[in-house]
Design a protein around this ligand. Structure first.
Ligand SMILES: Nc1ncnc2c1ncn2[C@@H]1O[C@H](COP(=O)(O)OP(=O)(O)OP(=O)(O)O)[C@@H](O)[C@H]1O
Ligand SMILES: [Mg+2]
Length: 312
């Protein structure tokens, strides 16, 4: 069985297996001379019950793609569906309900409420929705993320990594069918990072949830089923059954790209959790290496005339 976890081939019809879908997704910021095309007509299917990673240079549109797929940002053109529901064109109220009921989001910045303690932050989305948390599940989330003795602390009393774990617990607490995580391990030490990745992997394998994760770290990406590579607001490549080494090799090719709106990234890619999971090949039972499938619209790899040190 080798169902692709996602594809950017347009016109697929297996709606049942698709948790989120975009066609011609375009997002421009600003107008006139200063317009930034953050997403340039992206076609993507995010397969249900799979773990998809999104990688690419800083400024390539990763966060924007997640925000648009999650209905957190409006699109300039194109269409987005969550399951069978087209969300482009939904009224804000319907969109809010849909996000609340079906999506968990771990933001690049944690977005914790400073006046609430960790426990209150974790259950806030459910409290707002008037939903009762599944106590057993919540316990498991809190235990796994090592937050048991920090529940009464406010965000300002927590380290960056602890805040990230609270944000992670908040996204997982309601068992949403679709979890978007923007660099969830970016602020964690390697042990806590591996735990979060292990948890996301478990959410997919054992609970049938769908995870989309932005990361700069090949070791983190290796926990996914499929990596989508973004450059200049376009999906330029994908890799099924990724390994940290294969992802790192692919990312290196971005280092020499000088993009029209400055989306190049220096060689710092992958310095975070640059290690495979505890079982070596991580979650791929067949133990296969990263098989790379290149697409015809692959970014050209002409060398840059100058590095772009000012990213991030
Ligand atoms: N609110 C905004 N106004 C103007 N431009 C924006 C805005 N948000 C994002 N951009 C631009 O859109 C492009 C894509 O940004 P985005 O945040 O999606 O990148 P990213 O791939 O997530 O980068 P990073 O890895 O640094 O988080 C960038 O060029 C960015 O400067
Ligand atoms: Mg980002």
């Amino acid at each position: 069985m080798s169902t692709p976890a996602a594809t950017h081939a347009p016109g697929r019809t297996d709606a049942d297996g698709v948790a989120a879908r975009a066609r011609g997704l375009t997002k421009a910021y600003g107008s006139g001379e200063t317009t930034v095309l953050a997403l340039d007509s992206v076609d993507v299917d995010i397969a249900r019950g799979r773990f998809t990673a999104v990688m690419g240079p800083s400024g390539s549109g990763k966060s924007t793609l997640m925000h648009c797929l999650a209905g957190l940002d409006t699109v300039s053109a194109g269409q987005v569906w969550l399951g069978d529901t087209e969300i482009t064109g939904l009224k804000e109220r319907e969109l809010t309900r849909l996000r609340r009921d079906r999506i968990g989001f771990m933001f690049q910045s944690f977005n914790l409420i400073p006046t609430l303690n960790a426990a209150e932050n974790i259950t806030l989305p459910m409290d707002i929705a008037g939903k009762k948390p599944d106590a057993e599940w919540l316990e498991r989330v809190i235990e796994t993320l090592g937050l048991r003795d920090r529940l009464k602390h406010r965000p300002s009393q927590l380290s960056g990594g602890q805040q990230q774990r609270v944000a992670c617990a908040r996204a997982l607490a309601s068992r949403p069918e679709l979890i978007f995580a923007d660099e969830p391990t970016g602020n964690l030490d390697s042990r806590a990072g591996l735990e979060v990745l292990g948890f996301l992997r478990e959410a997919v394998d054992e609970l049938g949830q769908t995870v989309v994760m932005v990361t700069h770290d090949p070791g983190a990406a290796a926990h996914s089923d499929l990596v989508l590579f973004l450059a200049d607001g376009r999906i330029v490549d994908e890799m099924a059954r990724p390994t940290a080494d294969a992802v790192l090799e692919r990312m290196k090719r971005f280092d020499t790209i000088r993009t029209p709106h400055g989306g190049g990234e220096g060689p710092s890619v992958g310095l975070g959790l640059n290690v495979p999971g505890p079982d070596g090949a991580t979650a791929h039972p067949d133990g296969s290496g990263g098989k790379e499938k290149r697409t015809e619209n692959r970014t050209p790899t002409e060398p840059s005339s100058a590095p772009s040190p000012d990213q991030d």
